[in-house]
Design a binder for this molecule. Structure first.
Ligand code: G6P
Length: 475
């Protein structure tokens, strides 16, 4: 097969390094390119503007689809991508919605984060089977595009639960390629994974096992994957597929430089005014995502104010909860619940000069960095999390050094657990006690721990995470 762009290194992920908005003011529907954030984009950006590398992603919305239609030769304009060669696939909108909202975010995300709660969930009926057909078609679109772009023997790094079937599909189209799959989420233990219909569970595992290497953020998730293979497939992990672990750390140079720009300084002043001079700040920054456990964090803070009235007027919980996946009702409901509990705490405890919870929902990276710099305590209490980069970023950026209250169910726990105050994320009372402990750490101990956290958090910079995977594929 002739390679369209002769790529030697390819990355494939649902979300690419840019997305597009149609400018409301643009008479001609002009497009505005916005750089993506998050661990996946920051790690994969190490691909840089290498002319022999191509990043394949999916169009997520109308602006993106319009950009794909205008893209010459299949690649997005380089001025939008910072020189990266990016091919965005225009997958049929209904297929995309089924694959992304239906299977990836309502089924696979829920399985790996063990989020099902109601007696009626999950539902594996005819509707689910239709969505599964779309998930297959979505994976096939990626496999075909990768097969078209890859030079002979190229290395292909396929990312995450959206693309679990693509490695095997690509292997069938192009047996010459070296294929890696990387999971950015936790992996469910077999008892939970086997909620999935048996044939679907097997198809997912075999899809990933089509890669030469299947890699994870921590040993725990890698072991869970191996356990699932043993439980579901007669053969377990075949000898042709290796299992790898690559932790992803914070990008210290980028963060420290970015956090000292003027826009962050302005936001710090505004945030300090909202918090009040001399008050302590318990900071959290998340997508409003069920696995992040924001509501239990608020309830723990509430319990802290009840059990330790001495903290009233002296502490503020700064919670940035940026809306995510709002096409799904369960996410919209969760967003509303976060708002409701924050309001309830403010009306119960607030005084004319003190707002106990400062909640912001509009995504603003500069303001997040401002909160990191002001943080006395960082609260990271997910139910389960592949890694959690916020836990790593706050200690790197905080001006005075911060204490970290960290869930033992976050991947970051494996690297940061020794210097953090560790909690069971379901235990609201335990989290309240941990917040009290964090607020009362002697300053010297807090500074010490914060230094240790920052050192552990930056041990695996994103560039190394990326290059290590490429090297491992060569072995
Ligand atoms: C997690 C996933 C990523 C995903 C990100 C944001 O970090 O591992 O693959 O891109 O969440 O979710 P979204 O649905 O907005 O892309």
């Amino acid at each position: 097969m002739a390679s369209r762009h002769g790529a030697e290194v390819l990355v494939a992920s649902n979300r690419g390094p840019v997305s597009y908005e149609v400018r409301p003011d643009g008479a001609d529907g002009s497009l505005h390119a916005k750089r993506g954030g998050g661990g996946l984009v920051s790690g994969l950006s190490a691909i840089g503007s290498d002319a022999s590398a191509v990043w394949v992603c999916a169009a997520l919305g109308d602006g993106d689809r319009e950009a794909v239609r205008r893209a010459a030769g299949g690649l997005l304009p380089e001025e939008d991508t910072g020189g990266q060669r990016v091919r965005m696939l225009d997958i049929d909108a209904a297929v995309f919605a089924d694959a992304y909202n239906g299977i990836a975010n309502s089924v696979l995300w829920f399985v790996h984060h063990m989020l099902y709660q109601t007696p009626l969930e999950p539902v594996f009926d005819a509707g689910f089977r239709r969505q599964w057909a779309s998930y297959r078609a979505y994976n096939e679109a990626f496999a075909r595009a990768l097969a078209e772009e890859a030079a002979p023997g190229a290395a292909v790094l396929i990312q995450d639960y959206h693309l679990a079937l693509a490695p095997r599909m690509l292997r069938e189209l192009r047996p010459d390629l070296r294929i890696g799959h990387f999971s950015h989420t936790p992996w469910a233990p077999p008892d939970y994974f086997r909620l999935l219909p048996d044939d679907i569970a097997a198809e997912l595992l075999e899809g990933i096992l089509g890669a030469d290497r299947a890699a994870f953020l921590t040993r725990r998730w890698a072991d869970a994957f191996t356990d699932c293979c043993r439980a579901v497939l007669d053969s377990g992990v075949p000898s042709g597929t290796r299992i790898g672990v690559h932790g992803l750390g914070a990008d210290a140079d980028f963060l420290r430089e970015r956090a000292h720009r003027e826009d962050v300084g302005e936001r710090m002043a505004a945030l300090r005014a909202e918090i009040g001079e001399g008050r302590r700040a318990i900071v959290r920054v998340d997508r409003t995502e069920l696995s992040k456990n924001i509501v239990r964090g608020l309830l723990a803070y509430r319990e802290l104010l009840e059990d330790h009235p001495e903290w009233r007027e002296r502490v503020v919980h700064v919670a940035f909860a940026y809306p995510s996946r709002q096409d799904l009702a369960v996410y919209r409901d969760y967003t509303a619940e976060v708002q409701r509990v924050a309001d309830e705490i403010n009306s119960t405890f607030g005084t004319p000069g003190w707002t106990p919870v400062v909640l912001h929902v509009k995504d603003d990276f500069a303001r997040s960095l401002a909160a990191y710099r002001l943080a006395d305590v960082a609260l990271v209490n997910p139910i389960r999390d592949g890694m959690n980069l916020v836990a790593k970023e706050v200690p790197v950026v905080s001006d005075e050094g911060c204490a970290l209250v960290l869930s033992r169910e976050a991947g970051a726990y494996e690297e940061l657990g020794e210097s953090a105050i560790v909690v069971n994320p379901y235990d609201i009372g335990g989290t309240a006690r941990a917040l009290h402990e964090a607020l009362t750490l002697p300053p010297a101990e807090r500074a010490d721990r914060s230094k240790q956290l920052a050192a552990a958090a930056t041990a695996l910079p994103p560039t190394r995470w990326f290059l290590d995977q490429l090297t491992a594929l060569d072995d």
